[in-house]
Design a protein around this ligand. Structure first.
Ligand code: BG6
Length: 329
C-alpha cells in the first residue's frame, strides 16, 4: 500500500483534446519549468503532426523528446509524411522510434551471442546455415483493439517492426562499435538487401490467414470477424507466414521464414538457426533424419538459448547410435 501511494503521488493526469490549440497552454502550465520532458505518443500516427505543432506552439518542443510507436503511417508515402511532420519540430536526436521487442532480454543477448563469440560468427553465413525460422505465435486475439488492428493487420502490427528487427539482428554484419547509429547502419543494409516480393510470386512466398472461433485453454473464443465492433467483411490478416530472401554475400540462398499469428494454440516466440549438414555422412542411414545442428533462441515464454548438437548414446552396447541433445546456455 505504501509503495502504491508513493507511486500514485507521482502521477498527474490532464485530459486534453489534441486538436484544440488552447489545451496545449494548459499542458505547458502543468509542465512548469521542468527542463526535460518526454512526450510518448500512444495515439494513432495521424495525430502526431497536430501534437508536435501544438507542443511547439506553446514552447515545449525545445525541451521535449518524442517517442513514436508503430505503425508510423500505413505505407511509404504516409510514413514519410508523418516523419517529415515530426521532423519540422523535433531533431532526429530527440526522436525515438520504439520497438519493445528490442527490450527483451534474449533479443539484447543476440548482440552478445553473435559478436562476443568467434565460434558462431565464423559459421554465420550461407556456407554453414541452411535456413532461419523466426516465429512469434501469440495466444491473445486483438484484445478489444478492432479499430486499430483492422487497419494494421499482422503485417503492420508485427512483421514490419518486431519480426524485421529480429531478422536484422540475426542477419546484420558486425557493427564497428555498439553505438545506436552503427547498429542502425548495419540493420539498414540488411533491409536494403531484402528481395522485394513480386506480385506474381505472392502465393509462393506469402500466406495470410484470419482466425475463426475456437478454444484456447479450454475456453471458447470468438473468431476475428465476431470480435467486438468487427466489420464482418474485413479481409485483414491475423496470421502471416512468409519467406524472405536477403540478397548479399552472407545470405544468398538462405531462406528466412517469418511467421506470426494471433490466437495460436500456444504463446511462443523463437528464432531457430538451422545449420547445414556436414559435407559427408558416415553414420547409419536410418539415423540421418536426426542429424542437424540448431541454435534455438527462445524469446518467450521461458527465455533460453540452446544449441542442439549430436553425440552418441551412452553405453558400449549402443554402438554408434546417435542422439540429438541441447547444450543449454
Ligand atoms: C504489440 C502489438 O506491439 O506487440 C500487439 O501491437 C502484440 O498486437 C504485442 O500482441 C506482442 O508483444 P509481446 O511482448 O507480448 O510479444
Amino acid at each position: 500500500e505504501g509503495v502504491l501511494q508513493r507511486f500514485l503521488g507521482r502521477l498527474d493526469y490532464l485530459s486534453m483534446d489534441f486538436l484544440n490549440a488552447g489545451d496545449y497552454a494548459a499542458l505547458a502550465d502543468r509542465a512548469g519549468d521542468a527542463e526535460r520532458l518526454v512526450a510518448y505518443f500512444a495515439t494513432p500516427a495521424a495525430l502526431y503532426e497536430p501534437i508536435c505543432a501544438g507542443l511547439a506552439e506553446v514552447g515545449l518542443a525545445e525541451r521535449t523528446r518524442v517517442v513514436l510507436e508503430k505503425p508510423i503511417g500505413h505505407d511509404l508515402a504516409s510514413s514519410r509524411k508523418v516523419n517529415d511532420a515530426v521532423a519540422r519540430h523535433f531533431p532526429e536526436d530527440r526522436t525515438y522510434r520504439i520497438d519493445h521487442y528490442l527490450g527483451k532480454e534474449t533479443v539484447q543477448n543476440l548482440i552478445a551471442l553473435r559478436f562476443a563469440n568467434s565460434l558462431f560468427e565464423t559459421q554465420w553465413n550461407q556456407n554453414h546455415i541452411s535456413h532461419v525460422e523466426i516465429t512469434v505465435a501469440e495466444q491473445v486475439g486483438i484484445e478489444g483493439r478492432w479499430g486499430y488492428f483492422d487497419k494494421a493487420g499482422q503485417l503492420r502490427d508485427m512483421i514490419q517492426n518486431h519480426l524485421l528487427q529480429l531478422l536484422c539482428l540475426i542477419a546484420m554484419d558486425p557493427p564497428s562499435d555498439l553505438s545506436a547509429d552503427s547498429i542502425r547502419d548495419e540493420k539498414v543494409k540488411v533491409l536494403k538487401a531484402l528481395a522485394p516480393i513480386d506480385a506474381a510470386q505472392l502465393s509462393q512466398q506469402v500466406v495470410r490467414g484470419q482466425y475463426v472461433a475456437g478454444n484456447i485453454l479450454g475456453k471458447p473464443v470468438p473468431g476475428y470477424l465476431e470480435e467486438d465492433n468487427a466489420n464482418a467483411q474485413s479481409g485483414t490478416e491475423t496470421f502471416v507466414a512468409l519467406r524472405a530472401e536477403i540478397r548479399n554475400w552472407r545470405w544468398a540462398g538462405v531462406p528466412f521464414y517469418l511467421r506470426t499469428g494471433k490466437r495460436m494454440p500456444q504463446k511462443l516466440s523463437q528464432i531457430v538457426i538451422h545449420f547445414k549438414e556436414a559435407p559427408h555422412y558416415i553414420f547409419a542411414e536410418e539415423q540421418r533424419p536426426l542429424i542437424g545442428n540448431k541454435l534455438i533462441i527462445r524469446l518467450q515464454p521461458n527465455e533460453s538459448i540452446a544449441l542442439q548438437v549430436m553425440t552418441k548414446e551412452q553405453g558400449l552396447d549402443k554402438g554408434m547410435q546417435l542422439r540429438s541433445g541441447p547444450l543449454q546456455l
